[in-house]
Write a protein that binds this ligand. Structure first.
Ligand SMILES: Nc1ncnc2c1ncn2[C@@H]1O[C@H](COP(=O)(O)OP(=O)(O)O)[C@@H](O)[C@H]1O
Ligand SMILES: [Mg+2]
Length: 302
């Protein structure tokens, strides 16, 4: 059984089809990444998947339950990390977990037993009795993740779990997510960090305008959609040199001050660049961000 299956899912707000015939099927025990530019419909898709809002068309099957009729039963086995932290600022770390446990009918006594493990998981041991306001952004995010685990869910849905965090805090969250994957839980996450998706996710769906545009493992997407080598070029004399690059490379794209050259055979362009003292360059393998930008464009969306 797929932990989450969305079929022909649609949702309009006013004249806009925010989710537009979207299909998605998660594999149990895998981490699935939902990628897309701002406004692509990621958060709306997650809210539809949880039955928090109703669809205009389509079917949501969450852990074998059809929504909206069986939303309660399904959500009992799901953990959620929303895009914006909604911890209660008037309560301590421990109280936030206790209150959340109550939604799942977990007794105070059972919660008291679970809380040390959850805090340990979140790297917040010793913080049980501090007010939320004293936590850093990274700590709040980790607490929200711990809170999503109070009901020991089979499926954890995370909406931008690491947005706004510094690299250290992000790595701590990644560690936690990898532990969850190791425990056999299914994860569905959205992220703007392609490195995050590439490291954590077994499967990726890129969505735009409410539709899935491509789907596959990070490696397969890179292989299918992008040339294997990228040479990023910047510096003095770039404009004069651009014509040469486009002769040697299959595809060149200018973004800001940088020329991105995509190629199967980087040797010639790299050799030529060595003779250009004003130009600087970085030769690297293609990655998921290259795929994402090729498919969704480089224009700002917000
Ligand atoms: N409750 C709502 N009412 C009206 N428009 C909405 C509502 N929720 C989302 N939208 C619009 O739907 C689009 C997709 O939003 P969202 O799902 O949050 O995108 P993403 O999470 O991919 O950035 C955006 O244009 C947003 O403004
Ligand atoms: Mg969103």
């Amino acid at each position: 059984m797929s932990p989450l299956k969305l079929t022909g899912l649609s949702k309009r707000y006013g004249d806009t089809a925010v989710v537009d015939g979207l299909d998605l099927e998660l594999r149990a025990g895998r981490c699935h990444g939902l990628l897309g530019p701002n406004g692509a419909g990621k958060t709306t898709t997650l809210r539809l998947a949880l039955g928090l809002i109703g669809a205009d068309a389509g079917v949501v099957e969450l852990l074998g339950h059809v929504l909206p009729e069986q939303a309660g039963q399904a959500r009992a086995r799901v953990g959620v990390v929303p895009q914006t932290d909604n911890l209660d600022p008037d309560f301590t770390v421990r109280e936030n977990l206790q209150i959340y446990g109550r939604y799942f009918g977990i007794s105070k006594r059972d919660m008291a037993e679970r809380i040390p493990g959850l805090l340990d998981f979140a790297g917040l041991a010793g913080k049980a009795d501090v007010p939320i306001a004293t936590l850093s952004g990274g700590m709040k995010r980790r607490l929200t993740l711990a809170r999503a685990l109070v009901n020991d869910p089979d499926l954890v849905i995370l909406d931008e779990p690491t947005t706004g965090l510094d690299p250290q805090a992000r790595h701590l969250i990644w560690q936690g997510l990898r532990r969850l994957i190791g425990q056999g839980k299914t994860l569905l996450l959205t992220t703007h960090f392609m490195e995050e998706a590439e490291r954590l996710c077994d499967d990726i769906s890129v969505i735009d305008h409410g539709r899935v545009i491509v789907q596959g493992s990070p490696r397969d997407l890179i292989k299918a959609h992008i040339e294997p080598h990228v040479v990023e070029i910047y510096g003095d004399g770039l404009a004069e040199w651009q014509a040469c690059a486009s002769v040697w490379c299959r595809r060149c794209e200018q973004a800001g001050e940088t020329l991105f050259c995509y190629t199967d055979a980087p040797e010639q362009v790299v050799a030529e660049l060595e003779t250009q003292p004003g130009l600087r360059y970085l030769h690297r393998p293609a990655n998921l961000e290259d795929v994402f930008l090729k498919l969704t464009g480089r224009d700002l969306r917000d």
